[in-house]
Write a protein that binds this ligand. Sequence first.
Ligand code: GTP
Ligand code: MG
Length: 221
Amino acid sequence: MQFDPASVKFLRAIVNPPDLRDLFIVPSPPIGLVMAGRSNVGKSSLINRILGKGIARVSNTPGRTRDINLFEFTLRKEKGVAEDQARTLAKYLLIDLPGYGHAEVSKAEGNRWNNLLAQLFDVLPPTMHILNIQDARHPMQDGDRLFLEFFKHRPLVASLIFNKYDKLKTQSERARFNNFLPAILKETKIFRQAYLTSAETGLGMNELNVGLINFLLENTP
Ligand SMILES: Nc1nc2c(ncn2[C@@H]2O[C@H](COP(=O)(O)OP(=O)(O)OP(=O)(O)O)[C@@H](O)[C@H]2O)c(=O)[nH]1
Ligand SMILES: [Mg+2]
C-alpha cells in the first residue's frame, strides 16, 4: 500500500477545544497521524512529503501553523499487488498541530495552545500515531521535554522523527547525533520508533512511509 496523493483533502481547522471532542465522539475512533514539534522543524514539509501533495503551508516564518489543521487521506494499492478492498476504502485522519516553543508567541497565545493540547491528548485514541518531529541539529530541547509531559503517562503510540538530517553536513556532526540517539530512546521509552529524515532531499522517507502505513493497516478493522 502507499499514500494516495489524489485522495488528500483539507477538512477544517480547529480553534476551540470543544470542537475536539466532536471529532472523537464517533462510532469508531479515527485512525491516523498527529504531527507535533517545535516551530519550524518541518512539520508541514513532512506532511507534503508523506502525502505526496503540497497541501500544508510551508514557511520560513516560525509559527506559521496556528490552529489544529485536519486533513483526510486514503491509501491505494501498489500496481500488481492484490489487496483487501476495505483497506483502500478506509479514510484516515492527519492532524497538524501548531508548533510549540515559539519564542514570539504571547503568553495568552501560549496558554491557549497548552489548553488545546491538553484537551487533545485527553481524547486522542491509540489509533492515532503521534509523530514528534524534532530538528536533528537540536534534538530534545526544553520545549520537546515539556511536550513529552503531555502524553508520556497516557496509553498512546508515539514515534520520533529527526528531520533536517541533510543539515548535518560533517561526519563529526553526524557522529555526535548518532551517539546521542541511544540515550534519547532510553530516556523516553514511550517512543516506539525513531526515524531520520529530510523533507528537503527525501532522505529516510521510504522507511518512514513504510512504518506509518504498517501502523495504519494494523489499526484498520
Ligand atoms: N534543509 C532542510 N530544510 C527543511 C527541511 N524540512 C523543512 N525545511 C525548511 O524549514 C522551514 C520550515 O518548514 P515548515 O515545514 O514550514 O515547518 P513547520 O514545522 O511546519 O513550521 P510551523 O508551522 O511554523 O510550526 C522551511 O523553510 C522549509 O523549507 C529539511 O528536512 N531540510
Ligand atoms: Mg507548519
